[in-house]
Every structure is written in structure tokens, then in C-alpha cells.
Design a protein around this ligand. Structure first.
Ligand code: FES
Ligand code: FE
Length: 388
């Protein structure tokens, strides 16, 4: 495989560009199926992918299938209470084992083709006529396991034979952004309950969505409700621009809601210094974590094609808030509007990536310069330049 840049990019070495402007990636990175394939292989199949909210699999046999890179991964709750992940491929002749996105099996996972049957820990336990094949060591024909870690109440999976350090990559990204490993712990995300989940099917390349999330240059233009609550966003500096910085609520905002009215107080572990502030974290490649005093919003992205990305967004609240049947609508509506506004902007941008006008890419203004680090990281992962 060639490790040369897909597009020889004169803009990158263009020293006539003013220092205020950095180059973006060329348009082809957002449209070329070969780039997408290389990203799947070198990014999504090599890094930890946030797959499933652990509590969604609430009993033995409960499963969820998710896309990780080019693979379908099956995450299932075992009899002993833990979670296991496997490639969703039957060891007999390769049929997709679970075709449903989610469900619950009673005891075992049975392939619908010839009925090879696997325990919830992946062992092959039965197959028609297996007793007539005494030379077959059934322990050698279990499902292929996939590495799994639980953190923040989610199961993260990694297809790499030797996964990168979870602490250095996933936990490290959150620590690097918040400046303190304890900063995320106070939200006790793993103990929160799901208040709402919205799945967005976005007709845009996953990187447009990441880049958009990382900057706030667009906030004043497209997010009127958000800048009402977080007025500093109207200046264009995203919360991610400064290490440890959380955007302060407007003096008149009573909560992080669409109309600035009261939310649900403060989660018990949220520090005074974190109160009335919004923190945003990007965990590369495809997770966004949003922290506000009374809830946590977590986005998981699943790139399905070079121009299509499914984003699953969870709003998580204290269990007693969800159990009380409280009206979450004004709380959810704020970020649902932000999501809709952002994804509409990404969808408007996607077709133009194929234009000759964008052949050499565009530019990043100073409030977006940190996006350059994402591009360097990506190019490093693709073997095009030293990893940033
Ligand atoms: Fe699964 Fe044959 S392909 S049992
Ligand atoms: Fe936005």
C-alpha cells in the first residue's frame, strides 16, 4: 500500500499563505472511497471505538451489533454478568451471526444458517452432526474475540491484535482536554441513566463532523440558542481551544436548556469550579463528550461510507431524574438543536468537497488552528507523516 498522500498538496507547502491561515485537508479526503478505506483500516480498526452503552445490555443474552471499521462487532452480556465482544461472523461458513441491531437471546447464540451454536462467552457448544466429527476440537472454533474495555458506562472495543493503551489514548484524551484526570470522574457518567437517545443519519464525511465539533467559529452564525446560554461562544473560541476551560453560562441562564430555564440542579460530584460551565471533549477518532452540571451528552459516530455517518447521541441524567418522569424536553432540545444545526452545516459542506474549487482544500482561521492537530494525527495514522 502506498503511504504517499492521496493528493499531492501544493497548498500545504504554500508559503505565500498568511500566517493567520493554515491549510485544511484537500477535498479528496472527504470524497475518495480509497481514503475512506484506508481510514477504516488504519484509524477505526486500530483505535478504541465506543460501541455500546453498557446498561443497554441489561441481562444475560442481551446483545448489540455495531460497526467498527469494516467489521460488524457483536457485544453481548454474559451469564456471569460481564460483557464480551466478538466478530459477528459464524466460524462455519461465515454467515452473519446476529443480523438484528439489538436483541436478547435465551441461552446461546445460534447461527441461523446451519445452527452452529455458541455460548455467550463465544465457545462453540453445539453443531449438527458434531458428534460424528470426533477429530474436531470445538475449542478451536469459537467466535473470534474482540478487545473490550468499559469506561464512563460504555463498552469500547478495539479490533487491533495489540490494542493501543486505553489509558494513554481514550482516558488520555479526556485528561489532556480537561487538564486533570479527576475532572471527568465527578460527573460519574457510568452511574447516570439514559434520558434520551437520538440517532442522526448524516450525509457527510465523519471528519467534517469532528472538525465542526472542534471549532466554534460557526457558533454565532448557526447556534443562537447555544450562544444565548454560553455567550463566550459567540466570540468563536470553542471550549476545546484552551486546556481545562469550560464555557461559562450566561448570568441570566438558570440551566443548560433551550430557553435558559431551570435544568436539574447539579450532579453530586460536580465541583464548584465546574458548576455553570460547559466542557467539550473530542476522543479521537469518533466520540464527543459534553459535560454540563446536570447531565452528560455523549456522541458516538459510526462512519458507514465516505459521505455518510450515523451519530448516536445519548443524554444522560441522574437516575432519580429519569425515574421521576421529569420533563426532559427543554434540556434535550438545546443540544438536539445544536446537533441538527451542526449536521445541516456538514451536509451543506459535503457536496462541495468534490468541487474543483476545493481541490487544494480551504483554510483554518486562528480560532480553528487546533483542527490542524487533528489533521496531523489523521495523516500520521495513515502513514503520511510522523504521527502528531
Ligand atoms: Fe453458520 Fe453454517 S454459516 S452454521
Ligand atoms: Fe456547532
Amino acid at each position: 500500500m502506498s503511504t504517499a498522500p492521496i493528493f499531492p498538496d501544493p497548498a500545504v507547502t504554500d508559503d505565500t499563505r498568511p500566517a493567520s491561515l493554515l491549510a485544511t485537508l484537500p477535498g479528496t479526503y472527504y470524497t475518495d472511497p480509497e481514503v475512506f478505506r484506508r481510514e477504516q483500516e488504519h484509524v477505526f480498526e486500530q483505535n478504541w471505538v465506543c460501541a455500546v452503552r453498557s446498561a443497554d445490555l441489561d441481562r444475560p443474552g442481551a446483545f448489540r451489533t455495531v460497526r467498527a471499521g469494516r467489521e460488524s462487532v457483536l457485544v453481548v452480556r454474559s451469564r456471569t454478568g460481564g460483557l464480551n465482544a466478538f466478530l459477528n461472523v459464524c466460524r462455519h461458513r461465515g454467515a452473519r451471526l446476529c443480523t438484528a441491531e439489538s436483541g436478547t437471546v435465551r441461552r446461546n447464540l445460534q447461527c441461523p444458517y446451519h445452527a452452529w451454536t455458541y455460548a455467550l462467552d463465544g465457545r462453540l457448544v453445539a453443531a449438527p452432526n458434531l458428534t460424528g466429527m470426533p477429530d474436531v476440537d470445538r475449542t478451536a472454533y469459537g467466535l473470534h474475540p474482540v478487545a473490550l474495555r468499559e469506561w464512563l458506562g460504555y463498552a469500547w472495543v478495539c479490533l487491533a491484535p495489540t490494542p493501543p493503551s486505553f489509558e494513554e489514548t481514550v482516558v488520555g484524551a479526556v485528561t489532556e482536554r480537561l487538564g486533570d484526570p479527576a475532572a471527568v470522574e465527578g460527573y460519574r457518567t457510568e452511574s447516570l441513566a439514559l434520558g434520551r437517545r437520538i440517532t442522526y443519519d448524516v450525509a457527510a464525511n465523519w471528519k467534517l463532523i469532528v472538525e465542526n465539533f472542534m471549532e466554534c467559529y460557526h457558533c454565532a452564525t448557526i447556534h443562537p440558542e447555544l450562544t444565548d446560554v454560553l455567550p463566550e461562544f459567540a466570540d468563536g473560541y470553542a471550549a476545546q481551544y484552551y486546556v481545562g476551560h469550560g464555557a461559562q453560562f450566561a448570568p441570566g441562564a438558570r440551566g443548560f436548556t433551550v430557553d435558559g430555564e431551570e435544568g436539574f440542579g447539579r450532579l453530586p460530584g460536580v465541583a464548584d469550579t465546574q458548576d455553570r460551565r460547559y466542557y467539550a471533549v473530542t476522543v479521537r477518532p469518533a466520540v464527543f463528550l459534553n459535560l454540563v452540571p446536570d447531565h452528560v451528552i455523549l456522541h458516538r459516530m459510526f462512519p458507514l461510507a465516505v459521505d455518510r455517518t450515523v451519530v448516536e447521541c445519548d443524554w444522560l441524567y441522574a437516575p432519580e431524574v429519569v425515574d421521576s418522569g421529569a420533563d426532559l424536553s427543554r434540556s434535550v432540545e438545546l443540544f438536539h438543536r445544536v446537533n441538527s444545526q451542526d449536521f445541516e452545516a456538514c451536509e451543506r459542506t459535503q457536496p462541495a468537497m468534490a468541487s474543483r474549487a476545493y481541490r487544494e482544500g480551504g483554510v483554518l482561521v486562528p480560532t480553528e488552528h487546533h483542527i490542524g492537530a487533528f489533521h496531523s494525527w489523521l495523516r500520521g495514522a495513515l502513514g503520511e507523516e510522523p504521527a502528531a
